[in-house]
Structure formats: structure tokens, C-alpha cells
Design a protein around this ligand. Structure first.
Ligand code: SF4
Length: 471
């Protein structure tokens, strides 16, 4: 791009999605090895922002030791007559997109969890100061979002200052998220789609609804609305809901249509409130991932910040790899922490009644949103170390999944006495286990499409758990 002739490396969309491996990195900013990192955008009054100002608090890139990982903050202040606070989240998310245009610079994740890498090659080409990063961001912001009339950018590497600003950033994110709570999916006539992560996961389309926050946890339905208003042809766009095909699973005809179109046919259906069947796709930026634990018929959730291994022995990175890349993987599901606070959280699967394990730090974060009678029944890394211990814990605490084991193990017996009563099994007993003890009478019915004749029969029906009944 011609506006970057004074930048020592190339800048362009072709670099989006570029990965910088450990052996190629010059320095790492934020990421899993450092505790404090953030990116934050604030909308200011006109006159409060010095347009074009770029400052660095702490050592610049050239003063950082090669191979190191450093605390890092990106703080952007913007002003403009049409700018409003509701756009902060969306403008902030563009840091990911724009910084990834830089050759040899990688930006992953969002908010309190950013992870950037600069390659050795780009450093050697002369990209040795945050000033260059600032110039690229400033110019892209102003050319892509003309409502930004003034922008100033501060990069922070001083550990104490990063820590101090990190606290302010967390308060800001919490306030934004809290504002978006309360509105229901049924109360709106449209959802929003986001394609920002297609550079990393080409078939991924985020569907953002009031009650299903984006996977990255940084774009709410209100953010989507604000973004599509200021830039209707941008990566965040309005989706007509269409017909609600399944209110429990969260399936909408309008969502299916847009996902088919934007994934170029790779994904045909999406059910928003489930980790099974046709779950929402996962890119790579999700804050946490749900994973099925077959031994207990429950779901665990592991977040990106958790450094240990989950109860099934796998770390976040392995679980994340099982679902990332824009795929739908049965039983593995990328999600945001804010979605865990939603009443629609994995509703089809039983919601919190199906969650059996969490890292203790994550449990603490979402504790107020877990039904009170369940809080002590969900195990953490502090309670159990493996699936055997988990099973014993759940049984001892009387977790609702234990009822599911019993229901499968000991179905009640329903006797069908007369032929006329058994024309076709109702849908809810499609998982029935049949026993036909003797062929002495005359019964006829259809089970899962197969016609069955019997003289005498007993149907053993799996008991529906309470959450299935509610569904
Ligand atoms: S995770 Fe989803 S909402 Fe967030 S930037 Fe990526 S595509 Fe957009």
C-alpha cells in the first residue's frame, strides 16, 4: 500500500493470517508467558486527542532483548463528531485486523489476552520501533473508518504501567459486557455476523446475538449493531433472523443462509446453543472451549488462561486445536466467557446442569451466574485430577449428570396393552429400548422407521432428564 512507503516492511492484507513460529520470533509481546497485557480503545471528546501522537511508555522494540516475552499494552484514544462510546469495542477489535496486515507481525486474541510476535526478519529489515506499528494503525484507522477524526496511540511495555492500565482495561470490559446483558434473542429482529477471523479460519462465521456473545468475547450484539451502522459493508454485518427452526437449539433459517453463503457452502447449519450436532464454528480466538467427557456424559470448560491440564489430561492448546479452524466438531466448542453468563448457555445440552468441570480461576469469574445449587457440585482442578476422581466427586455431590447415568441404566417399564394404543411411537420415545418377551398376540408399530410386529410387548423408555424436558 502506497501510504506505507516510510514503513520498513510491507503492509497489506496478504500478511493477514501469517503465523510466526518460535524459532522465527524476535520478541513476543503479551502471550501466555506474561501475566499482564491488554488492548483498549477509548472514545474521547474532540480536543482531548492529539491527532497522530504516538508515544511509548517503557522500552521500545529495539531495547527489548531478543527472544524475550514482555508485558504489553496498546492504548488507543479516538475522537470524532459521530463517535460514541458504544463503538469502542468494535474499534478495539480492529487492532487485530490492522496489525496483522504488517509483514512479520502477528496479533492473536483480544482484550486482556493479546499475544503479539515480531519476526526476526522484519526486525532486521528495520521494524525496530513501536512508532512504525503506531503509524500503520493510525493510517488504517483513519482511511477505513473516516468517522475517526483524531487518534493517538500509546504503547506500554513498562511492567508497572501495564499492570496499572490492565486493571482499568478489565473494568472497562466488564462495564461494556454488563451493558449488553438483559436483552433476549427473541426480542430482536436481527443478529450480526463477523468475518474478521476468516483470515485464520476461512469457513468461520461468528453469529453474534444478544445472548450469544462472540467467541472472542469482545463483540456484543450492541457492538455488532454499532459497527454495521458505521460500516455496513464491513466485516461485521446485519443478519435477518428468518424463521426460528428450533428455539432450544437456537437454529434460525437466516443464520443458516448466511453461514452457508459466507463459508462458501462448507457449513450448512448452525445451532447456537449446543456443543453437539451442528454447533457454532470455532475460529482460533475463542476465550474458552467446552469439551465432552464421555465417561461422565458431561461437559468440561477450559479457558485460555489456564496453564494446567484439564481433567481429561489435555491442555487448552490441544483441546483448542480439536475445534479451531472454522470447523464444527461434535462435543468440542469454542466460546466466550460472557456466553457462560447467558441464560442460553449450552441450553440444548442442559446448560449448567451438564457442566462438570472448570478451572477454579474460571469458576470464580463466572460463579455468580452458576445456579446456586450447582456451584459446589461442579468440580475444579483443585478438587479432582482425573476422570475417575471426577466421577466419584459428581456422585458424592449429587450432580445432575448422575441422574442421566441412572436414567440410562434403569429405564422404567411402560406396558402397552392394546394394539390400538400403539400406532406409532411418539417422538420423545424414539430412543426406546424394546423387549418383546413372547409372540402370542398382535401388536404393530413403527420404531425409528422400522415396522415391528409383536404379540405382546413391553417398552422400556429412557427417562428424560429435567433439562431435556425443559427443552
Ligand atoms: S472471534 Fe468472531 S466476533 Fe471475534 S473477531 Fe473473530 S470472527 Fe469476529
Amino acid at each position: 500500500m502506497s501510504m506505507f512507503t516510510d514503513i520498513p516492511v510491507d503492509v497489506g492484507v496478504i500478511y493477514e493470517g501469517e503465523r510466526i513460529r518460535k524459532k522465527d520470533l524476535y520478541v513476543e509481546l503479551g502471550g501466555p508467558n506474561v501475566e499482564y497485557k491488554f488492548e483498549l480503545v477509548k472514545v474521547r471528546e474532540i480536543g482531548q486527542v492529539e491527532d497522530g501522537k504516538i508515544q511509548i511508555i517503557g522500552p521500545d522494540l529495539k531495547d527489548l532483548q531478543e527472544g524475550g516475552s514482555y508485558p504489553f499494552g496498546i492504548f488507543i484514544e479516538v475522537a470524532g463528531k459521530e463517535l460514541e462510546e458504544s463503538l469502542e469495542g468494535v474499534i478495539e477489535r480492529r487492532i487485530h485486523e490492522y496489525s496483522n496486515y504488517i509483514e512479520g507481525f502477528m496479533h492473536l486474541n483480544q482484550r486482556y489476552d493479546i499475544w503479539c510476535r515480531l519476526s526476526k526478519k522484519s526486525f532486521q529489515k528495520g521494524f525496530n520501533s513501536f512508532i512504525y506499528l503506531g503509524k500503520v494503525l493510525e493510517r488504517l484507522y483513519k482511511s477505513e473508518l473516516p468517522i475517526i477524526e483524531a487518534i493517538q496511540i500509546t504503547f506500554i511495555t513498562d511492567p508497572e504501567k501495564v499492570k496499572e492500565m490492565h486493571k482499568i482495561a478489565l473494568e472497562t470490559y466488564n462495564a461494556r459486557d454488563a451493558k449488553a446483558r438483559g436483552l433476549k434473542d427473541e426480542e430482536v429482529d436481527c443478529f450480526y455476523g463477523c468475518l474478521l477471523c476468516q483470515s485464520f479460519a476461512p469457513t468461520h462465521v461468528c453469529i453474534i446475538t444478544p445472548q450469544r456473545y462472540s467467541n472472542c468475547g469482545s463483540i456484543s450484539w450492541f457492538d455488532g449493531r454499532a459497527a454495521s451502522r458505521v460500516d455496513p459493508k464491513g466485516s461485521i454485518y446485519r443478519i435477518e433472523k428468518g424463521e426460528c427452526l428450533d428455539p432450544i437449539a437456537g437454529e434460525y433459517s437466516g443464520v443458516n443462509e448466511t453461514v452457508q453463503k459466507k463459508s462458501l457452502g462448507a457449513i450448512k447449519r448452525v445451532q447456537l446453543y449446543t456443543a453437539f450436532g451442528n454447533p457454532h464454528t470455532s475460529c482460533g480466538c475463542f476465550e474458552a472451549a467446552a469439551f465432552y467427557i464421555p465417561e461422565v456424559d458431561g461437559l468440561g470448560i477450559i479457558d485460555r488462561g489456564f496453564k494446567g491440564v484439564a481433567v481429561n489430561g489435555l491442555p487448552f492448546s490441544t483441546i483448542a486445536d480439536s475445534t479451531a479452524g472454522g470447523r464444527q466438531v461434535d462435543g468440542f466448542h469454542g466460546l466466550s466467557i460472557e456466553y457462560m453468563r447467558s441464560p442460553k448457555f449450552l441450553q440444548k445440552d442442559g446448560g449448567w446442569n451438564r457442566i462438570v468441570w472448570l478451572p477454579s480461576s474460571l469458576k470464580e469469574r463466572v460463579k455468580d451466574f452458576i445456579p446456586k445449587d450447582l456451584v459446589d457440585k461442579i468440580a475444579t482442578d483443585q478438587d479432582v485430577k482425573n476422570v475417575e476422581e471426577l466421577k466419584a466427586f459428581l456422585e458424592k455431590k449429587g450432580h445432575p449428570v448422575v441422574q442421566r447415568w441412572k436414567a440410562v441404566a434403569a429405564p422404567p417399564v411402560i406396558e402397552v396393552k392394546r394394539k390400538e394404543e400403539v400406532k406409532e411411537l411418539p417422538k420423545e420415545v424414539s430412543e426406546a429400548v424394546l423387549q418383546i418377551p413372547s409372540v402370542t398376540g398382535g401388536f404393530e408399530f413403527v420404531l425409528e422407521g422400522v415396522k415391528i410386529h409383536a404379540k405382546k410387548l413391553i417398552i422400556k423408555r429412557r427417562v428424560q432428564s429435567s433439562e431435556e424436558k425443559g427443552s
